[in-house]
Design a protein around this ligand. Structure first.
Ligand SMILES: Cc1cc2nc3c(=O)[nH]c(=O)nc-3n(C[C@H](O)[C@H](O)[C@H](O)COP(=O)(O)OP(=O)(O)OC[C@H]3O[C@@H](n4cnc5c(N)ncnc54)[C@H](O)[C@@H]3O)c2cc1C
Length: 285
């Protein structure tokens, strides 16, 4: 690795990937694990930077590459984490690697959550399922840097075991973050609310004109959140969605992630709802 930072290097040569080893594996929910990676080269380790909301392409030779959000705090240089659901070729192979396994990292890519631009804002983070992975980077950054007025996390999952990062909620709450969870289907272990994550939104929007929404999850959920928030007085350009589309090159060449005039890998994944509201109306876009 050469150059002042990995962000700069990936702009210079976005095809270049860097070898890393799996330093720890934390089970999060069935089929989902958080992998802490460490670059093999000291220079890369020292210079790599990312912003909350960006993603890396994780490459396993002979298998393929997958876009995965960085889930650790961008201000904590000692940690580089990705939370991954095993659903296919790359992610299944990653799950089989184990501690010390070698992964190649290309990135970071994409647009970040606006976490450096919310100092006087109430930030409401709305997450459906695994969407919380890229938002965890934002939560940890906002907590550590005291970069906004307040942080509220609304996290929904199909079932209780699908809620992510439960072991961290006490620390988040101790740092002043309000954490509310909801599930679609309860079981005997669950005593919290049952319903959709949008059901939690009304209580979280006490001062809509001073609120910024960061939302990540399935498209219909994000559109529902955006419409509900805007209906209650949040400005459309204060609602940010993180889009997930199949992607391959990550540098706006291959066209796989084309979304109207946008490439999700370059112009997203984080986009203000105001910019994409019309595109989100088109099924399969
Ligand atoms: C910006 C961005 C950030 C992301 N962040 C994360 C993250 O933090 N964590 C995470 O786990 N995922 C994340 N993803 C999603 C991840 O990139 C995809 O799940 C990726 O496809 C996984 O790669 P894979 O090779 O393991 O799966 P693939 O082999 O590509 O399979 C993915 C899915 O497609 C199905 N599939 C594969 N091939 C076919 C086929 N021929 N016909 C029909 N169905 C098929 C599989 O059954 C599976 O359900 C992110 C995606 C984007 C765009």
């Amino acid at each position: 690795m050469s150059g002042p930072s990995s962000d700069a290097a990936s702009r210079e040569n976005p095809w270049r990937s860097h070898a890393a080893r799996i330093r720890s594996i934390v089970p999060e929910s069935p089929g989902v694990q958080t992998y802490e990676l460490e670059f093999e080269e000291v220079l890369v380790r020292d210079s790599y930077r990312f912003a909350a909301g960006q993603f890396n392409m994780l490459y396993l030779p002979g298998i393929g590459e997958a876009a995965i959000s960085v889930s650790s705090n961008p201000a904590d240089r000692s940690s580089l984490a990705h939370t991954v659901r095993a659903v296919g070729n790359v992610t299944d192979a990653l799950a089989r690697l184990g501690l010390g396994g070698q992964v190649f990292v290309r990135g970071p890519f994409g647009t970040p959550w606006p976490v450096t631009d919310v100092i006087d804002r109430n930030v409401v983070i709305v997450a459906g399922g695994l969407g919380l992975a890229s938002q965890r980077a934002a939560i940890l950054f906002l907590m550590a840097e005291r970069a906004c007025r307040s942080v509220t996390v609304l996290h929904g999952a199909k079932r209780p075991e699908g809620l992510l990062y439960g072991r961290e909620y006490d620390a988040w709450r101790a740092a002043g973050v309000a954490v509310h969870t909801i599930v679609n289907e309860a079981d005997a272990s669950w005593s919290g609310p049952v319903g959709l994550v949008t059901d939690l939104l009304t209580d979280a929007l006490r001062d809509p004109s001073a609120t910024t929404i960061l939302c990540c999850g399935p498209d219909p959920m994000m559109v529902g959140v955006a419409k509900a928030a805007i209906g209650r007085g949040v400005a459309a350009d204060d609602v940010f969605l993180s889009l997930e589309r199949n992607m391959a090159c990550a540098v706006a060449h291959c066209g796989l992630c084309q979304f109207g005039p946008l490439f999700v890998c370059r112009d997203g994944p984080v986009l203000p709802y105001e910019r994409i509201a019309d595109l989100m109306r088109i099924p399969q876009m």
